[in-house]
Each structure stands twice: as structure tokens, then as C-alpha cells.
Design a protein around this ligand. Structure first.
Ligand code: GUN
Length: 285
């Protein structure tokens, strides 16, 4: 029976530290950090995520400015808003919730966000810094949250065989680079992978980030593996991950639940990135 990697509890600990650091800085008369959150349209899941992010900001003393634009907002209008936020010295971080409506090119939006305010870490400059393993950039929130969770439980990735299922821009790709930078041996699987099970069975650490409910079955997991479930799907009104949790937990050494695993850690990493942006802007070491 696996140990649960408790993202809620670890988040509570790190958010308390963030809150105390912000209190300490602002008690000396400095302004509060602030994050601009932009949501276009009414996707129900995105609305939940954005609400959770804003609540978390409030908990730790980060100002959150919320821009809710209608579904039919023109691309140029969104780009103008991002440019305004780029210029606003009171704004430390800018987060445009993805996915965007089909008529808006997400790459254009991502490239318009100034890299020093790109707390999602999606701008090519920040992705480039991650690949080059350079300090001073932002690491995307889900990969960073996963790394903090593993570190908290003393799980060292060095020399481990890590299999990541899902090669997306938000999780799989940047996570593969982050763990490679930490000397893991990485395999990234995707829809064209010939024999998924061969690769998942080899993993000391298995990460699934596909959004396919119950893709990862017990017979695809090595005994004693660490299993990280990034998936969030709704099945019959219930939130489930990519992993067949009840069966796989009997085989794994550590496992993240859904909900309550990676999700809260993603938001905690966003708070960390926003605090980092604020400190850079305020010239605090
Ligand atoms: N949609 C799903 N995950 C994310 C994320 O980390 N950031 C943003 N902006 N949108 C997302």
C-alpha cells in the first residue's frame, strides 16, 4: 500500500511560508505582490481553476486582479490588455488561462507577455532558460509543483528512470526538461508511442498527464514505483485522474491522489513564481 503524496498538506506548509515572507516584506512598507489573471470565455473547468488561483493569492497576501473577457473577444483586444498589464508597474505576474477560444492564437498571447511577468513560464524565453538550465526565469507551475512535492517527500530523481505519458507544452515537455536537469533518465510517451506499457513498466517514477481517465492500469506499473497523476477528468460527475488509483496504490510506493495531489501544488508553484517576480521587480535578493 503506497504512501499518499499529499499535495494539500504540502501546499499548506509552503503557502504558510509564502504568506510569512510576504508579511515580513510588506510590514516594512513595501506594496503587496500582485497577479493579473485573465479568463476569456466561460469554460466551467477554467472558471474553477481561476477561482482557486485567486483564492490562493488572497490566502497568502497576493493581490489578484481579475479580467474576465467574453468568449467572442477579439485577439487584438486581448493582446492590448496584455500589453497594458506589461506596462503596469503594480502588476508582477500575468496569467492568461488556457485553453483560449479557437479564434485566438495562444502562441501570440504567450509571446506578448513580458518574460519577467510570465509566471506561467510559457514564454519561449523562459522555456529556453529551462532548457539551458539557467537561473532567473520561471519554470511552468505544474512541473515545478511536482518537483517540490517529490523533494518534500525526499524522493530524489537522480539516476531514476522516469516515464512521462503526455508531451504537452504545459506539463510533459517542460517536466521532461526539469527532471533531466536533475539527472533523471527520461522517456516521454505520446499518442504515437508504439508500446506504452513497455515504457510505463520500466519507470521508477511514472507521471501521467493525458486527461484520459484510468489510462494507467495496475499491470502497467512496476512494483514500488512512484506514481504522479496530473490528469483531471470528470466521469459521472466525479473528478478522476489518469491512474486507476484504487488498484495502482497497492503496487506503488508513493502515489498522488486526484483531487488533492498535483492540483494544489500547481497553484502553490504559481504563488512561488509570483513572489519571485515581485522580488525581482522590487530588487529584493
Ligand atoms: N491551463 C491548464 N493549466 C494551465 C496553467 O498552468 N496555466 C494556464 N495559464 N492555463 C492552464
Amino acid at each position: 500500500m503506497a504512501t499518499i503524496l499529499d499535495g494539500r498538506e504540502v501546499s499548506r506548509i509552503y503557502r504558510q511560508k509564502i504568506k510569512e515572507e510576504i508579511q515580513q516584506i510588506t510590514s516594512k512598507g513595501r506594496r503587496k505582490p500582485s497577479l493579473a489573471v485573465v479568463l476569456v470565455g466561460n469554460d466551467p473547468a477554467s472558471q474553477v481553476y481561476v477561482n482557486n488561483k485567486r483564492k490562493a493569492c488572497q490566502q497568502v497576501g497576493i493581490n489578484s486582479l481579475f479580467y474576465h473577457l467574453p468568449e467572442d473577444t477579439e485577439e487584438e483586444k486581448l493582446l492590448n490588455l496584455v500589453e497594458e498589464l506589461n506596462e503596469n508597474p503594480e502588476v508582477d505576474g500575468i496569467l492568461v488561462q488556457l485553453p483560449l477560444p479557437k479564434h485566438i492564437n495562444p502562441q501570440k498571447v504567450i509571446e506578448t507577455i513580458r518574460p519577467d511577468k510570465d509566471v506561467d513560464g510559457f514564454h519561449p524565453e523562459n522555456m529556453g532558460r529551462l532548457i539551458a538550465n539557467l537561473d532567473g526565469g520561471f519554470i511552468p507551475c505544474t512541473p515545478l509543483g511536482i518537483k517540490i512535492l517529490l523533494d518534500h517527500y525526499g524522493i530524489d530523481v537522480k539516476g531514476k528512470d522516469v516515464t512521462i505519458v503526455g508531451a504537452g507544452y504545459i506539463v510533459g515537455k517542460p517536466l521532461s526538461v526539469l527532471l533531466l536537469n536533475n539527472n533523471a533518465t527520461i522517456t516521454v510517451c505520446h499518442i504515437y508511442t508504439k508500446d506504452l506499457k513497455k515504457h510505463t513498466l520500466n519507470a521508477d517514477i511514472l507521471v501521467s498527464a493525458t486527461g484520459v481517465p484510468h489510462l494507467i492500469k495496475e499491470d502497467m506499473v512496476k512494483n514500488g514505483a512512484v506514481v504522479i497523476d496530473v490528469g483531471i477528468s470528470k466521469v459521472n460527475g466525479k473528478i478522476v485522474g489518469d491512474v486507476d488509483f484504487e488498484k495502482v496504490k497497492e503496487r506503488a510506493s508513493y502515489i498522488t491522489p486526484v483531487p488533492g495531489g498535483v492540483g494544489p501544488m500547481t497553484i502553490t508553484a504559481l504563488l512561488m513564481n509570483t513572489l519571485k517576480a515581485y522580488k525581482m521587480h522590487e530588487g529584493i535578493a
